[in-house]
Design a protein around this ligand. Structure first.
Ligand code: NAP
Length: 251
């Protein structure tokens, strides 16, 4: 059988998968949303930009004779992941998600769980604090209701719209981050509250460990719901799935 994979990417796990696919000589294309100005170079052919919803993704799968889809997007990319479930079902293309376990609070963690960004915004309706706001670039405008805080933002690219904060500082950097580096950053900025998505994985975990070490409270944003789909938790698991999953398309 001649595989022709589509990898939905934008994470370090997707890059690791692409490296393994390239090394194994498996034909595949990686898809990026186009949010980052200079994305990490991928060892596979790459396409950039949305597909145009479920219908657009179905067309893409058919026009490119895709045999398998691996959804290796970030756990908060819920729209893309839901679209992949619907489109793969419609086009009868096998789908697997490469996922990472959420972080779990352990001894010393001072987490408040909130269900979504709106929950984090509501939890920030409090006396002024020095907040490390680690939620990426796309949803910063939603934090406008609480301009009383100092916000430390760590972003890959500079924001393309004016920020709704009176006092904030931007550190432009790209993970993976180290605990020592994040401890120093939080101390330098006298951070006393961290807001984070529960991304899971290792690349972004340093801030959570650093917050624990410093005894800082964390507003932890729980993951969005995604329709059920088969999941793998490692690159070898995805490769094993590829061997065993045929396709209804008879490719
Ligand atoms: P999202 O809200 O689930 O997706 C919104 C739309 O963006 C999708 O409907 C799709 O447009 C397009 N899109 C998203 N991912 C795509 C991909 N890999 N290839 C092609 N089109 C894509 O997604 P998001 O949360 O904005 O994430 C965008 C990208 O950033 C993903 O690749 C994700 O892995 C990465 N990322 C996200 C986060 C996060 O916190 N959300 C963090 C790190 C990395 P159409 O409907 O037009 O197809």
């Amino acid at each position: 059988m001649h595989e022709n994979l589509l990898v939905l990417g934008g994470t370090s796990e997707a890059t690791a998968l692409c490296q393994a696919l390239s090394a194994a000589g498996i034909r595949a294309t990686v898809s990026l949303a186009g949010r980052v100005a200079r994305p990490v170079r991928q060892p596979l052919p790459q396409r950039v930009g949305g597909f145009g919803g479920v219908a657009g993704l179905v067309r893409y799968l058919q026009n490119h004779a895709i045999t398998h889809v691996v959804d290796a997007t970030h756990p908060f990319a819920a729209q893309m992941s839901a679209n992949a479930v619907a489109a793969c079902a419609a086009a009868r293309v096998p789908l697997i998600a490469l996922t990472r376990a959420p972080w779990q609070a352990g001894p010393g963690d001072r987490w408040t769980h909130v269900p979504d960004i709106a929950g984090a915004v509501a939890a920030l309706d409090r006396a002024p604090a020095r907040v490390m706001l680690a939620v990426g670039r796309m949803q910063l405008a939603e934090f406008a209701p609480n301009p009383q805080h100092f916000y430390l933002l760590r972003l890959i690219d500079a924001p393309d719209a004016p920020l709704p904060f009176a006092t904030c500082d931007i550190v432009q950097d790209r993970g993976p981050f180290s605990v020592a580096g994040d401890l120093a950053l939080m101390r330098d900025y006298r951070i006393n509250l961290v807001v984070s998505k529960n991304s899971g994985g290792t690349g972004a975990a340093a801030k959570i460990t650093a917050a624990r070490d410093l005894g800082l409270p964390v507003i932890m944003i729980d993951r969005p719901a995604i329709p059920a789909r088969p999941e793998a938790h490692s690159v070898p698991e995805v490769l094993a799935w590829l061997v065993h999953s045929g396709t209804d398309r008879g490719v």
